[in-house]
Write a protein that binds this ligand. Sequence first.
Ligand SMILES: [Mn+2]
Length: 307
Amino acid sequence: MSSPAPTPLPNQDPPAGLRVRTAWISDLHLGTPGCQAEALLDFLKDLECDTLYLVGDIIDGWQLRRSWYWPQSHNDVVQKLLRKARKGTRVVFVPGNHDEFARRYAGHHFGGIEVLPDVVHQTADGRRLWITHGDLFDGVIQCAKWLAYVGDSAYEFTLKVNRWLNHWRAKLGLPYWSLSRYLKLKVKRAVNFIGQFEAAVAREARQRGLDGVVCGHIHHAEIREVDGILYCNDGDWVESLTALVEHHDGRLEIIDRSATANVPQRAPAALLLNPALLAAAPAPDPDAPSPRGPRPAPAHNPAAAAR
Ligand SMILES: [Mn+2]
């Protein structure tokens, strides 16, 4: 009778890290109060990857032009990205509409970070994915830029209202509820914005003879097939705290940090000011429905499972 090999205890493993082949993040909106820099820093500390794509709206030039906002944590994010580039991670920055000022530097390097207008990534299992921020396929931005600017101010305003709303909800013992997410889902679903965006981006990837696309822009993380093209969106670090990763076997997955943000160690004041962290705080009532609404687990996503 041979005794089974001892099972290593989870807490004896090396520090929990996220070792992947590739990672994509976008829509950090550094330079705005909405940016969840602390949660992003936690994620970047865990992350170890060969290639990191910054898929646009990294630094919010639109917002910084209106008023300067640059706390230390936003500096820390930039430093962290530069350090990754220095330590051998290939870091590629594909500018978006909020950091369109960087588009004129396409083809240049900054502190080891490559700036490219768009780029093709080949996964470990041979799929070729087009990396683009996606704003070129947003009808609002293309047809009426002034409307996008107005929408942007309104968005900042709802984020502000959202913080106050949840400040009082927390005082009343109510769970976090995202006003901006609610409004956006309502409004954008109504005009079928997301569907049209996804179809347009996928169509362009097909025309380029590629297998799929990775984009950001609409702050809605997703992995799914659109007309036979793999559509991936890496989400954002303002509301949903999501990233896209490629494992070493080529499998793609959405990492959602909204539920696992490192909350208990934080001061209560920080919680009240930070809706996303508030959302991640343990709910007082275990039977209460998820305040963030349902999100399909990546493991059950047919597109992800099918690679
Ligand atoms: Mn954008």
